[in-house]
Design a protein around this ligand. Structure first.
Ligand code: COA
Ligand code: AMP
Length: 631
């Protein structure tokens, strides 16, 4: 009988044996010569010498095994009133033709393709079509504005862009095409072509010579077959927020990714081929990459693409409707979705209208899950509710309760224990192991398991300086927390300028750069304040240039609009206040951490290094004027 502890211990004692065995669940054209080569820069590579194709493993392989008629993907879109179902054969055929259209546009192995799409099946097809021909996709979340898109175009240098004409939010249709046109205008790199999936809610005019109609291109294309790629070749680049306005291009390889995700589906989520698995997220985030598209399909599950929200499409029973209608076995979403549902339907009246008997568990991630939300979900569903912790960089859970192996004790507030391959340590400021129960920096002793980022796109140096330098020999997660005496982890906060708004990872540094670009702003500080529903919300404090006499209301409105235009609606930047001065240390560092504590009503003490204590008193008054701390 397998137990978590012995599996975990084996993974650390014999990583090559452990992952070499796990890799047998994947189809390889050519076996690897070395399971892990730690000498390859910058931090070693998995399955060196091996060749495979991720799309083959996600689609063709199941068809060859006789499962072509099994449902691969269900599109459920309450915002358009549409539902569509694709069997594995149907999805493979769509993907192969789209891949053929990419080839017809000159895209080949190693070329980058940028994908800017809403939650429609074509988004998953686009990712799989790239994987099929060895092209490297980079999906950009639809809630990002044109300048963010431009930054990614410049960094990834895509040959082709795949986009839809619009996305649909419950209260409005968002025309994507003007955003795309503006991003291409802003970027110094220009793609040679764009394929545009026209949606009837907002058809887009096409730029002659550059833009092509998606459906026409696909209808003319010859299906393309799967191209063998090296296990170490990149499958995708996914940009994520770092400390500055320049996002980090997290690279995912093909081999380690397929092995790790396949392993996680059975062992963490406890699902098998044929089960229906739903990650209620977006393909623009890592959760969407790993658990809407690749994980479930690699395992032979049916995956759900849901174009809607937990509330308002049409009500707080939306998730229960999807679960009962499609027979979902496992739901994965962010705690914020459950906080939104709970707010509207605290007693679960809507939930009781649906049959959730086929559901076995709920998994939550993307932000810290407060015990109250976890306990509420547990009481409502009467099923295990698993908080698990990971990040874009790792691609799969660092810590979880591995239901597929055994269900460990659930401790609300903790994402449970380290998963195989992750030697998770909590270090003090001197790099020494912190005693059990003490707060420290959470790091992963190298090597990281398969599936984790091998580097940042085109920037080994930034990978090394961001992640490997603070504590040599260890990967810095950027999270602070505690490991208790039983090995349970408690993730408390970020150690950098990243905040988490409704499960979306955002950089306060990037927002500060946008605010600082306003002609009236001398300096500013953005930090995350606690929010009941979204976990955190950004708040900006602004010092105006000398002599600026304009109305504060107008300036704040301009700053809010500016963040929306530069970063996107997803930043949810709606609160700012003009202050006379910002609190700083004697060396000039802004004391953001102390301001967060004041705003959240937490205990705080006057920092010994403060330049002028009176400033913090002024800030306290300004925050009070904004309603902080909340009652
Ligand atoms: N394209 C364009 N705009 C988008 C978008 C997209 N794909 N996704 C969100 N936005 C916009 C929203 O319309 C909103 O605009 P507004 O300021 O004009 O209202 C803004 O970005 C902020 O979005 P969000 O923070 O998601 O807030 P919300 O009020 O629209 O929804 C929740 C709140 C809790 C319902 C929503 O965040 C949710 O469903 N979360 C589920 C968890 C999740 O998906 N997590 C991702 C990682 S697992
Ligand atoms: P992202 O890269 O967008 O997935 O965001 C990763 C970050 O979100 C992590 O580094 C954490 O700060 C936070 N996070 C994700 N899941 C959890 C969790 N279960 N508990 C606490 N924090 C989490």
């Amino acid at each position: 009988m397998a137990d978590y502890r012995s599996i975990y211990q084996r993974s650390l004692a014999d990583p090559a044996g452990f992952w070499g065995e796990a890799a047998r669940d994947i189809d390889w054209y050519k076996p690897w010569s070395t399971v892990f080569d730690g000498d390859l820069p910058p931090a070693g590579r998995w399955f060196v010498g091996g060749e495979l194709n991720t799309c083959h493993n996600a689609l063709d392989r199941h068809i060859a095994a006789g499962a072509g008629d099994r449902l691969a993907l269900i599109y459920d879109s309450p915002v358009t009133g549409q539902k569509r179902r694709y069997t594995y054969t149907e999805l493979r055929d769509e993907v192969a033709r789209l891949a053929g259209a990419l080839v017809a546009h000159g895209v080949g192995k190693g070329d980058r393709v940028l994908i800017y799409m809403p939650m429609i099946p074509e988004a998953a097809m686009a990712m799989l079509a790239c994987a099929r021909i060895g092209a490297v996709h980079s999906v950009v979340f639809g809630g990002f504005a044109a300048p963010e898109l431009a930054t990614r175009i410049n960094d990834a240098q895509p040959k082709l862009i795949l986009a839809a004409s619009c996305g649909i939010e419950p209260n409005r249709v968002i025309a994507y095409k003007p955003l795309l046109d503006e991003a291409i205008r802003l970027s110094s790199h220009k793609p040679s072509a764009c394929l545009i999936k026209q949606r009837p809610q907002a058809e887009a005019p096409l730029v002659a010579g550059r833009d092509h109609d998606w459906d026409t291109a696909v209808s003319r294309a010859q299906p393309a077959g799967c191209v063998p790629v090296a296990a170490t070749d990149p499958l995708y680049i996914l940009y994520t927020s770092g400390t500055t306005g320049q996002p980090k291009g997290v690279v995912r390889d093909n081999g380690g990714h397929a092995v790790a995700l396949y392993w996680s589906m059975g062992n963490i989520y406890g699902v098998n081929a044929g089960d229906v698995y739903w990650a209620a997220s977006d393909v623009g985030w890592v959760v969407g990459h790993s658990y809407i598209v690749y994980g479930p399909l690699l395992k032979g599950c049916t995956t759900i693409m849901y174009e809607g929200k937990p509330v308002g499409t049409p009500d707080a029973g939306a998730f229960w409707r999807v679960i009962s209608e499609h027979g979902i076995k496992v739901l994965f979403t962010a705690p914020t979705a459950f906080r939104a549902i709970r707010k509207e339907d605290p007693d679960g009246k809507l939930l009781r209208q649906y049959d959730l008997s086929r559901m076995s568990a709920l998994f939550l991630a993307g932000e810290r899950c407060d015990p109250e939300t976890l306990n509420w979900a547990r009481a409502m569903l009467d099923k295990p509710v698993v908080d698990h912790w990971w990040q874009t960089e790792t691609g799969w859970a660092i810590a979880a309760n591995p239901l597929g192996i055994e269900q460990l004790e659930i401790k609300p507030g903790s994402p449970a224990v380290a998963m195989p391959g992750y030697d998770v340590r909590v270090l003090d400021d001197n790099g020494k192991d912190a005693p059990a129960g003490d707060l420290g920096s959470i790091v992963i002793k190298l090597p990281m398991p398969p599936g984790c980022l091998p580097t940042l796109w085109g920037n080994d140096q930034r990978f090394i300086s961001s992640y490997l330098t603070a504590f040599p020999g260890h990967y810095l997660t950027g999270d602070a927390g505690i490991k208790d005496a039983n090995g349970y982890l408690w993730i408390m906060s970020r150690t950098d300028d990243v905040i988490n708004v409704a499960g979306h990872r955002l950089s306060t540094g990037a927002m500060e750069e946008v605010l600082a670009g306003h002609p009236d702003v001398a300096e500013c500080a953005v930090f995350g304040v606690h929010d009941e529903m979204k976990g955190q919300l950004p708040l900006g404090l602004i010092v105006l240039k000398a002599g600026v006499q304009r109305d504060e209301k107008d300036i704040v409105a301009e700053l809010v609009a500016r963040v929306r235009d530069h970063i996107g609606a997803v930043a949810a930047f709606k609160q700012a206040k003009v202050v006379a001065r910002l609190p700083k240390t004697r060396s000039g560092k802004i004391l953001r951490g102390t301001m967060v504590k004041i705003a959240d009503g937490a205990k705080w003490s006057m920092p010994a290094t403060i330049d002028d204590p009176a400033v913090l008193k002024e800030i306290e008054t300004s925050l009070k004027a904004l309603g902080y701390p909340r009652a």
